[in-house]
Design a binder for this molecule. Structure first.
Ligand code: SF4
Ligand code: SF4
Length: 280
């Protein structure tokens, strides 16, 4: 049996992450990987980042008016559908039933979580006490996260209990000196730390200055806090054209396509969509 301690140490090395990024590993993984579901548990967050995509869909952004649905609904739907799930938001750990949801999802389903790791001591302790199954984290550090030591304390605690598998990175570090200082702190604690850039509204499709009709398709499953599926993140934010609701019915396939009249109002998260034909 693999030793999780050794495996986690390897997974947090620069070499491992570089190999993953550039090798055929990603290509092969894409072929065999089941399409996961992106479950937006809540759009609430304990941080307030300027570049947050939840702020970049004016004037029709309705993400803050989504209600919080009970954990039981999520558990039943995710177990029935059986797809791997990626919890996102907002900050998904703020859903009041977050730990209950993780605990009750079938062990065969892979769980990933996007989180800023700005967890309270109490929440971290509860997580450690109650969760035994593996969860993959896509951790992000932000300017508004406060001192890096706060985040490092949380991920070190998880690592001590073999509960930390995943990556930690900084979003949009326009201040290179600041990024280097933060990186050093994470590295000193044995964490591989890298940066990612958000490019907001710089693409034609996200300019929000015109609307065009196009054929748009993608193989991505996006579920709103209400259980409604949407074609893309932009439509999810705008509550536009909801599709099937996973709390009441099964998914109707992975790939979806539509004639969309809102090209120009895409979200920066919708880059992967294929625009097939411009209609006007
Ligand atoms: S931590 Fe993430 S979800 Fe929260 S405000 Fe920042 S970018 Fe948005
Ligand atoms: S064109 Fe943009 S807004 Fe329309 S469905 Fe595609 S990604 Fe969404």
């Amino acid at each position: 049996m693999r030793n999780p301690k050794t495996f986690n140490r390897i997974k947090n090395t620069k070499l491992y992450n570089l190999v993953k990024k550039f090798s055929v590993y990603q290509y092969i993984r894409k072929i065999f990987k089941k399409t996961p579901m992106y479950a937006y548990l809540t759009f609430g967050c304990n941080l307030d980042c300027d570049y947050c995509t939840t702020k970049h869909n004016p004037p029709e952004n309705k993400s803050k008016s989504y209600p919080i649905e009970k954990g039981e609904k999520w558990i039943e739907a995710i177990n029935r559908i059986g797809k791997d799930v990626i919890f996102t938001g907002g900050e998904p750990t703020l859903h009041p039933d977050f730990i209950k949801i993780i605990k009750n999802i079938n062990e065969k389903i892979l769980i990933s979580v996007y989180t800023n790791f700005c967890w309270s001591d109490e929440f971290t302790q509860r997580y450690i006490n109650e969760i035994t199954r593996p969860v993959r984290f896509y951790g992000s550090y932000h300017y508004s996260s406060g001192k890096p030591e706060k985040v490092i304390k949380v991920i070190n605690k998880l690592r001590e209990k073999n509960l930390m598998e995943g990556v930690i990175h900084m979003v949009d570090p326009h201040d290179d000196d600041f990024f280097k200082k933060v990186k050093e702190k994470f590295n000193q604690n044995g964490w591989y730390f890298f940066k990612t850039q958000r490019v907001l509204n710089s693409y034609e499709r996200c300019s929000m200055s015109f609307r065009k009709t196009v054929e748009c398709s993608g193989k991505i499953i996006i579920i709103a806090p209400t259980g409604d599926r949407y074609q893309c993140v932009s439509k999810l934010f705008r509550m536009k054209d909801p599709l099937e609701n996973i709390f009441h019915e099964n998914l109707k396939g992975n790939k979806i396509s539509c004639i969309c009249h809102d090209y120009g109002f895409c979200s920066p998260c919708d880059e992967c969509y294929k625009i097939n034909k411009t209609r006007n």
